[in-house]
Design a protein around this ligand. Structure first.
Ligand code: ZN
Length: 458
């Protein structure tokens, strides 16, 4: 077999985010094929064969690619609506519009969401999609196709809702699937698209939406299905005070106890938000290694509250970062969530060092890989791991006067991405996507947003 092609990156600061938080003030990374072959201080070793490219990364910080752990792509075409609402009022305002989405809209929205994240340094993306109107086409296929075309590593959390208003749930009756229909379609999506290999570009998780939109049977049987198929489980949990009240009234217990009773705590589960968690909830997550997708901007946008991330980390809970859907986080960027996580958690804990810059970077990289079940393959820069990495330019007006590169990246303005690699392939150059036409995507998302508004009679 021919030796793999090598790319050598030199003269850069490196934050590996490995177990020891190893950093190099001036170092090199060698990429061979789709793997990281070597990295360390100083120049790359002499005499490497088959070097097809040598990048002088002076003035840059190299980090693992960012990993997004919670999102709803379809919301890209319903941004900027219900801007002053709490979660339940916002959902009720938007469900009737969301129930009219079709394949063409979902494809455009997925492209918009993916493009926005990828150009900002996301190398592994995910979409929790749970709205499947009758006759709307192959929505899962459209989303997965968009990620594949953009060459971004991807997890589809195949969502579902079957508890509508008539069963005491929040969504209108026309917006939900049946229990049997949801389970069958989820299984079909896993069988068709899930790749369990080390360098998989597409994975699928089982992801009923939330306690207030899903029956107890769908949670229980969804968990059984996921474990039978050997895939991960994802849902929303403990997002708001109203959800906690809902669970207490309907099930006679809080969300965490309810999740435990339905099989939804475990090392193969990650849950978005987890804002309203008491000490025993956090202990249960730590004991079971249940993961958390922390979404600070969305939680602020909907006035949901502040998750206790410092306490979760101290207890040993795996925590990653999430954009959440862009109807509740219009920016749709993950690199700005590093900063927001840092700032909001200091406010929440009312403590100056509650979260530091290195912890914030870890949340957005290794922590994300952990909750997606992929920490052996991605999330840190180590020989043998997949070559998902970002070159942040810290040599411009925005950051050049900050000495410490990780501090500059997290505390400073959003840093420009000079290059981003996924699986050894460059997908971003100078903050522009190489794998898609951003301007064409912008136009099609505007067209589809208008078409949806018209169909929904908004
Ligand atoms: Zn969400």
């Amino acid at each position: 077999m021919a030796a793999p092609q090598r790319i050598v990156i030199e003269n850069c600061a490196i934050a590996t985010v490995d177990a020891d938080d190893t950093e190099y003030a001036n170092g090199h990374v060698v990429v061979a094929g789709n793997r990281i072959e070597a990295l360390g201080a100083g120049k790359a070793p002499e005499g490497l064969e088959n070097v097809v490219r040598r990048i002088d990364a002076t003035g840059h910080l190299v980090t693992p690619g960012l990993v997004n752990t919670h999102h709803h792509y379809y919301q890209w075409i319903t941004r900027g609506l219900a801007t002053d609402h709490n979660l339940f009022d916002w959902l009720v305002a938007l469900y009737p519009t969301w129930a009219r989405i079709d394949e063409q809209m979902v494809r455009a929205a997925a492209q918009g969401s993916l493009a926005m994240m990828a150009r900002g340094g996301v190398t592994t993306a995910m979409d929790h999609h749970y709205v499947f109107p009758h006759g709307s086409g192959d929505l899962s296929g459209a989303i997965i196709g968009a990620a594949r075309d953009m060459a971004v590593r991807f997890t589809l959390a195949r969502g579902s809702m079957d508890r509508s208003e008539k069963d005491g749930g929040l969504p209108p009756d026309f917006a939900v699937e049946t229990l049997e229909g949801a389970l069958a379609a989820t299984e079909e999506t896993v069988r068709q698209h899930h790749d369990a290999s080390f360098d998989a570009m597409t994975q699928v998780a089982v992801a009923p939406c939330s306690p207030f939109s899903v029956s107890t049977e769908l949670l229980t049987q969804g968990a059984e299905l996921a474990r039978h198929l050997g895939v991960r489980l994802h849902t929303h949990g403990s997002e708001t005070v109203e959800e906690e009240q809902f669970c207490k009234e309907l099930f006679g217990m809080g969300p965490t106890d309810y999740f435990e009773s339905t099989g939804w705590l475990g090392a193969d589960v990650w849950m978005a938000h987890c804002v309203h968690m008491n000490d025993s909830d956090i202990a249960a997550f730590a004991r079971t290694k249940t993961g958390v997708a922390h979404c600070p901007s969305s939680n602020a946008r909907l006035a949901a509250g502040i998750a206790r991330v410092p306490d979760m980390l101290a207890a040993g809970v795996p925590v990653g970062l999430g954009v959440d859907g862009t109807a509740s986080n219009e920016s749709g960027e993950l690199h700005t969530e590093l900063r927001n996580a840092l700032l909001i958690n200091r406010l929440g804990a009312h403590r100056e060092a509650a979260l530091n810059a290195r912890q914030a970077l870890r949340l957005g990289t290794y922590g994300g890989a952990q909750v997606l079940g992929r920490s052996a393959e991605i999330g840190s820069l180590e020989p043998g791991k997949l070559a998902d990495l970002v070159l942040w330019n810290l040599d411009t007006l925005a950051h050049a006067s900050i000495a410490d590169p990780v501090t500059a990246l997290v505390f400073g303005a959003a840093a420009p991405v000079t290059a981003s690699f996924v699986n050894g392939r460059q997908i971003v150059e100078n903050s522009r996507l190489l794998t898609a036409d951003e301007d064409a995507i912008a136009r099609s998302t505007r067209t589809e947003a208008r078409r949806l508004a018209e169909i929904a009679g908004r």
